[in-house]
Design a protein around this ligand. Structure first.
Ligand code: HEM
Length: 381
């Protein structure tokens, strides 16, 4: 397959997830436009970054912003619904958990054995579903972050967490009463585990948060943020990365010469943009390009469209380099888990690049999900 067809195959994954919203947002003309009933849609990388960097006029904590979705579930102090000095202070306290030294050890401990098992299964000629692999891996990481026994975060638990993010759509800025009860149920359950771990020694992540000076509500809020942001993004990305590499012929190229691996990972993050949309509320009147915005407006930052406007998957030309990792956001809310995500990606990819002849034997896109993903991506060496 060519890079064009590889990119088209990934676009089909996005369409399967959002058969209505994807063509609708794609059809909105221009860099920024007010769309009645939806909000102000921004699809230009420069304007999008300017909004993310401007915390004087834009907030994640206001009408139509992520706080409307998550504050009723997790309370007011969960990073992704905080702003200003308190937000900055909480991120600083959490920073040691995402330092390279901690992350590398954490990923090796959480995922080393599963990655070895993946490599061994492929070496012995088995077919492996990379979605199941990525899901179990994300489950292990989340278990450790929550302070759970590894076996406790099983496929059922993963499905329950996914059902919570599955309640979110572009057209629904708040969870309904029944959705709220279900979301509080699953996140409350995880919170109860985290609370026990917080009270114990600092061999668990919640215990370490206590040692870092976080109060119990702050630690539980951070755990909730990790669960919401750090599971489906990585389960979306890993199989889509491998599909792009195999479909475009880049998998064999990198297996022979890994020097382009970082560029290929970044290009695949650009083309897939696993977190396709960000939301903001407006705190004071201002403009986004030619469009005047005011408090009450809901700003829909279409990162997926800004990123993919730069064309097909092409690690040689590497257009991703110009975007300064916009797929992880920018400014005060830049993805806290980016080093953890990158370590997970590198570990899985290194195991797969051992097999230059990797091929895709089955694939199926997930339908009607929030984060576009394969439901199945079976590979063989
Ligand atoms: C490929 C995988 C990932 C992608 C593409 C991604 C993308 C993003 C983006 C775009 C934001 C900013 C949202 C905004 O400004 O509205 C964000 C925030 C965040 N991400 Fe990630 N993420 C990924 C993986 C992870 C992982 C593995 C974790 C860790 C558990 C994580 C934890 C967080 C947290 C805690 C925030 C909120 C930060 C804040 O509000 O200060 N992410 N992520």
């Amino acid at each position: 397959m060519t890079a064009e067809r590889a990119t088209r195959a990934d676009r089909a994954v996005v369409r399967a997830a959002h058969p209505v919203a994807f063509p609708l947002v794609s059809a909105i003309p221009g860099a920024v436009r007010r769309v009645p009933g939806l909000g102000v849609v921004v699809k230009d990388a420069g304007l999008l970054r300017a909004v993310l960097m401007d915390s004087e006029h834009f907030t994640k904590n206001g009408p139509g912003a992520p706080s409307d979705l998550w504050t009723p579930v997790l309370g007011p102090r969960v990073l992704l619904n905080m702003e200003g000095v308190e937000h900055h202070a909480l991120r600083r306290q959490l920073a040691p958990l995402f330092s390279p030294a901690f992350v590398d050890g954490f990923v090796a401990e959480s995922l080393g054995a599963a990655t070895d098992a993946l490599a061994a299964a492929l070496a012995s000629g088995d077919r492996v579903d990379l979605v199941t692999h990525a899901r179990r891996g994300a489950g292990r990481v989340i278990s450790r972050l929550v302070g759970l026994d590894e076996s406790a975060f099983d496929d059922r638990m993963f499905a329950r967490v996914s059902s919570v993010t599955g309640y979110v759509t572009l057209a629904r800025p708040r969870l309904g009463p029944r959705q709220l009860v279900a979301a509080r149920g699953i996140l409350g359950e995880l919170g109860a585990h985290a609370s026990r771990a917080y009270a114990g020694d600092d061999s668990t992540v919640p215990g370490r948060m206590r040692a870092l000076g976080l109060s119990e509500p702050e630690a539980l809020g951070a755990v909730g943020a990790f669960v919401l942001t750090g599971t489906e993004t990585i389960v979306s990305y890993l199989p889509r990365l491998v599909a792009l590499l195999v479909d475009s012929g880049w998998h064999a190229r990198l297996a022979a010469d890994p020097s382009g691996t970082d560029a290929a990972i970044a290009e695949a993050l650009r083309v897939t943009t696993p977190s396709p949309v960000m939301l903001r509320a407006v705190t004071a009147p201002t403009r986004i390009g030619p469009v005047a915005v005011r408090p009450g407006d809901r700003i829909i930052l279409g990162t997926y469209w800004a990123d993919t406007a730069l064309g097909v998957f092409d690690p040689d030309a590497n257009p991703a380099a110009s975007l300064k990792q916009l797929w992880f956001g920018a400014g005060a809310h830049y993805c806290l888990g980016a080093p953890l995500a990158m370590a997970q990606i590198r570990l899985a990819l290194d195991a797969l690049l051992v097999h230059p002849g990797l091929s895709i034997t089955r694939r199926r896109a997930a339908r009607g999900v929030l984060i576009p993903s394969y439901a199945e991506l079976e590979v063989a060496a």
